[in-house]
Design a protein around this ligand. Structure first.
Ligand code: ATP
Length: 456
């Protein structure tokens, strides 16, 4: 089973320290969330898995961390200033504002069902900030609405400094900001979020093959993070839905509690991006329709070392949201199981590499100094394995500890009990989250057991 409604997830996330509404003590700030101690582990594990798959497991992608603040010319030439807007409608009856393309029922207000809506009006989603001491119309910059533009404007820096040959990619993880009209569905649609974006540069002509290749790579990766193929649907945008520069876009949609919705987009953006940011772009044979650029100081071209052919590279962009990834993992992992004694237990069945806490060490008796001391030794030993967060419980009610760790998805609990002290060699029990089976193992074998569990 997966989570059927958002409320279960929201309440578990708050109760157990995954995700809190931001600015909460001052009445909140719509569309913003804070990740708590377990949420930040979960999010970091997801980002680490993506970074490994992109950077460490391959030899054709480089990493980048570009700035969040951007010169407004970036967003003039990227097209965001003119086109990064959603058509909005206002409801005359209840005064709510909504995105036209996201109305639950076409032509009707989402809040009061009225049909008395205004004509659609564009609304730019970018957030402006003033830079420097003078607050005037010329001193503003944008908080980036996507990480991608930072990659495009650094194309030559990366390519030149690492002598990269096309095809190659640049990957980046970082914050993005959008002034969403109606933030909703928990962390699915927020105003401050993180993206994991790859821009894969290629020679014009190879787009269709690479687009299919990257779509399959990205699907495979999401399955490896634990999402079930049954809960994923690929939606290919129809020709008339595509942006003017895109040759093909496929949305990887996940079955969130609110329904199937976009988790990641995989787009063939042709030579539009580098073409738009290039100096003298009207003389470079760019295929996409781009506005002349008289501001850029760099030609975004690539010259093949053997043939000396020069061209503006095209790009395939797999772009996903970390927060939507976290929401999908939580939805997928959530399970309520009825036990033999009639009680229900809530379990988050995360894959081991995703779980926020890797092992919990539980002393069976919190007042027994020898047991507590032995637990502390086991805890220090496991911490040295560097597999992630290990937690030492204060101990006492072991059943309660198991329940808490089931609920936050800890794959293994190690319990130090009276038998540990009585026999030689000293042993502990290891309890498996999913099967609830327990095995007894000498402490001397624990390190190997746990490291191979997390290596598999
Ligand atoms: P939507 O149609 O849902 O607004 P989009 O098509 O505008 O999304 P993209 O611009 O393709 O989204 O952004 C790439 C990815 O960034 C999305 O697939 C999503 O995972 C994430 N993302 C975009 N907007 C938000 C948001 N407001 N909150 C959380 N994640 C977002």
């Amino acid at each position: 089973m997966t989570a059927k409604n958002m409320e279960d997830l929201v309440s578990l996330c708050k109760r157990r320290g995954f995700i809190f509404p931001a600015s909460d003590i001052y009445g909140g700030l719509k569309g913003t969330y804070d990740y708590g101690p377990l949420g930040v582990e979960l999010k970091n594990n997801l980002k680490a898995a993506w970074w490994s798959a992109m950077i460490y497991d391959r030899d054709d992608i480089e990493g980048l961390d570009s700035s969040i603040l951007g010169n407004r010319l970036i967003y003039k030439h990227s097209g965001h200033e003119d086109t990064f807007s959603d058509p909005l409608v206002d409801c005359r009856a209840c005064k709510q504002r909504m995105r036209l393309d996201k109305l639950v029922k076409a032509g009707r207000c989402d809040f009061c069902d009225s049909v008395d809506l205004t004509e659609p009006r564009p609304f730019n989603l970018m957030m402006r900030v003033n830079i420097g001491p003078v607050l005037d119309e010329s001193s503003y910059a944008y908080l980036r609405p996507e990480t991608a533009q930072g990659i495009f404007i650094n194309f030559k820096n990366v390519q030149d400094s690492l002598s990269r040959k096309v095809p190659f990619g640049i990957a980046q993880i970082g914050k993005a900001f959008r002034n969403e009209i109606t933030p909703k569905n928990f962390v699915f649609r927020v105003r401050e979020f993180e993206q994991m974006e790859l821009e894969y540069f290629y020679k014009p002509g190879d787009g269709a093959r690479l687009h299919e290749y990257w779509l399959n790579e990205r699907l495979k990766w999401w399955y490896e993070q634990g999402l079930s193929p049954d809960n994923i649907e690929v939606q290919h945008q129809k020709k008339e839905e595509l942006s003017h520069y895109s040759d093909a876009t496929a949305d990887i949609c996940y079955r969130f509690p609110h329904g199937f919705d976009e988790l990641e987009g995989v787009a063939n953006r042709t030579d539009y991006d580098l073409g738009s940011h290039s100096k003298d772009n009207d003389a470079l044979g760019v295929r996409a329709h781009v506005q002349p650029n008289r501001d850029s100081t760099v030609k975004m071209t690539y010259t093949e070392p053997n043939t000396k052919e020069t061209f503006v590279p095209c790009v395939i962009e797999p772009s996903c949201g970390v927060d939507r990834g976290v929401a999908a993992l939580l939805t997928e992992a959530y399970d309520e199981e009825t036990l033999e004694n009639g009680e229900t237990r809530v379990v988050l069945r995360f894959r081991p590499h995703i779980a926020p806490i890797k092992v919990a060490v539980i002393p069976l008796a919190k007042n027994n100094e020898v047991i507590v001391e032995k637990s502390r030794e086991v805890y220090s030993m496991l911490k040295r394995l560097r597999i992630g967060k290990i937690e030492l419980e204060p101990g006492g009610n072991v059943g309660k500890c198991y329940r808490r760790h089931d609920e936050v998805g800890t794959p293994l609990c190690v319990t130090v009990d009276f038998e540990t002290l009585e026999k030689e060699p000293a042993t502990v029990t290891i309890r498996d989250r999913d099967t609830m089976n327990q095995i007894r193992l000498p402490i001397s074998e624990l390190e190997d057991y746990i490291s191979s569990y997390y290596r598999r």
